[in-house]
Design a protein around this ligand. Sequence first.
Ligand code: ASC
Length: 150
Amino acid sequence: MKRLALVTVAAAGLATALPAAAQFQKPEDAIKYRKAAMTVMANHFGRIAAMANGKAPFDATAAQGNADIVVMMSKLPFAGFVEGTASGETKAKPEIWSEPDKFKNATTRMQDEVVKLNAAARTGSLDQIKIAVGDVGKSCKACHDNYRKE
Ligand code: ASC
């Protein structure tokens, strides 16, 4: 049992350490993966945004749970932006690969903002959440404006 646990932990560590490209059999798989991760992230962010915008009743516990999911999901999409995935069923702009440092900065900004949203959710203050939701939204938009086709 102990050995099995060790093997499982080792396997999980290896899986996360593998280069992103090795995780996808085909370019389409990477595109599907990143879109799926974005979809789940947007859905759970949207549930908090709905509370912030008065479109859903404020539920502090639900806001916290959704923020946890957003933080986790925010780490995932970018492994899917592997070389050779600028065409196909994607709105990704070629600038993602021609200016990787700028793209990375934009993704890091979003990841930082969702961590702040999670902290705001933990205060239980809707006012704090409203501010953080606005900042997260701006970080989503900034990246989409530069790196996503219409
Ligand atoms: C969302 C969502 C986005 C961002 C963006 C903010 O809820 O799905 O892509 O916010 O619309 O401008």
